[in-house]
Design a protein around this ligand. Structure first.
Ligand code: CTP
Length: 400
């Protein structure tokens, strides 16, 4: 979420500038503050009025306003911003950025900026593929500029190839990721997450399962990945998919499979978040062929391995372990008991008595109980925001 973030949006002269209107709207929708800087050419493609209206701020083009002499301070802008994004970034502006040319307000702002810089190149396929452009982009990357690669597709010239500006949502996501990686201890850390339900087979067509959607665990995996962690996501059968590249998914079905995967992966990780709703019991045997209807039948169930407790036993001093407790009554007592029994560093309690909490919802209401006795009760929020609260707590347990 870009809530409260100050973003400079630099717009160059390219047909993709119309998509930048959507980008500005997306940032503002997420609660970000936007100041738009346009080149003279950009005004030919999208009107300053559109950008000023969407950003809720006057746009800036020149070093000063010729009407009243008001000075547009690029230095002030450059230090104000949390991030600067240039979209579309044309071959011309990219070349000038690479060479330190400062002949417009967008470029002087870029040179003065102390914040992360993101560019979304957009141009014709041959201009993009040209060694000069590629070398300029490489140089900017070496200097820490984050590049949102253009997509391949039909271009304004009528040709088809790589050069189309990335979609506004994907640019906004990159800004979010870049900002999330400042002041985090998670960057480059390998973290394990278990998520979703387990299915315990009765016969080839039936299983014992539960209502877990995996949404909470997947939201935690995305939040960790956004902060630059390498996420080992061990997932039960779910209908959702991980989005970010740095999430490595191991698909499992039963508690036994999830346990085997966790035992192998956990020792390689800095810590783990056990958010899976693991079945506590499994049929003592799985029939080889479909069980035919009978009047009554009995299935003998045997306990599954407690994965969190096993990780609690394996846990080294340098590792952290987080568990969940989904309760219907005596919530606090049960959660604190699990915290101790499974050797967790903290436990995330959600109660099915709270409307909007628990399985299958897009929201959750949690209380986090830390080992040292501290506990924090959070409001009902979207699962992505709950994930951010949980990951903020994890940051406390990473010391190197
Ligand atoms: N857990 C696990 N393996 C199991 C059971 C639970 O890893 N076989 C983990 C869950 O992922 C969660 C925590 O342990 O992080 C607590 O799960 P929960 O089902 O609430 O607790 P149980 O120990 O199963 O206790 P109970 O079902 O009696 O409430």
């Amino acid at each position: 979420m870009l809530k409260g973030k100050k973003i400079i949006v630099g717009v160059c002269g390219g047909i993709a500038a119309y998509k930048t209107a959507y980008l500005v709207r997306e940032i503002v929708k997420q609660g970000g503050e936007v100041r738009v800087v346009m080149t003279q050419m950009a005004k030919q493609f999208i009107t300053p009025l559109t950008m000023a209206t969407l950003s809720k701020n006057p746009i800036m083009v020149d070093f000063f306003d010729p009407e009243n002499g008001a000075w547009n301070s690029h230095v002030g802008l450059g230090t104000w911003a949390d991030a600067m994004v240039i979209a579309p970034a044309t071959a011309n502006t990219i070349a000038k950025m690479a060479n330190g040319i400062a002949d417009n307000l967008l470029l002087t702002t870029y040179l003065s900026a102390r914040c992360p810089i993101i560019i979304a190149p957009a141009m014709d396929l041959d201009m993009y593929a040209h060694p000069a452009t590629q070398q300029n982009i490489d140089l900017l990357k070496q200097r820490g500029v984050v590049v949102v690669d253009p997509d391949a597709g039909e271009l304004a010239s009528g040709l088809s190839g790589k050069g189309r500006m990335a979609e506004p949502e994907s640019i906004a996501e990159t800004i979010d990721d870049v900002l999330a990686q400042i002041d985090t201890k998670l960057k480059g850390k390998r973290i394990m997450v278990t998520a979703g339900p387990t299915y315990e087979r009765i016969d080839p067509v039936r299983f014992i399962g539960n209502y877990s959607s995996g949404k909470m665990g997947y939201a935690i995996a995305e939040e960790l990945a956004k902060r630059g962690a390498i996420v080992e996501l061990i997932s039960g059968p779910v209908k959702i998919a991980a989005k970010r590249k740095n999430i490595i998914v191991t698909k499992t079905e039963s508690a036994a499979e999830m346990y085997a995967a966790a035992c192998e992966i956990f020792p390689k990780c800095k810590g783990a978040i056990m958010s899976a709703a693991v079945a506590d019991f499994t049929p003592s045997q799985c029939a080889d062929s479909k069980i035919k209807n009978k009047q009554t039948m009995q299935i003998t169930l045997v306990p599954t391995p407690d994965i969190a407790a096993a990780m609690g036993k394996m846990k080294q001093k340098t590792q952290f372990l987080v568990g969940f407790a989904l309760e219907t009554d005596h919530e606090e007592i049960n959660a604190l008991e699990k915290l101790q029994k499974k050797n967790l560093d903290f436990i995330v309690l959600n109660s099915l008595r709270d409307a909007g909490a628990g399985f299958m919802t897009d929201t959750n209401k949690v209380t986090i109980y830390h080992r040292d006795g501290v506990h924090i009760a959070y409001e009902l929020k979207p699962k992505a925001e709950v994930a951010s609260d949980i990951v903020n707590s994890i940051e406390r347990y990473i010391n190197d």
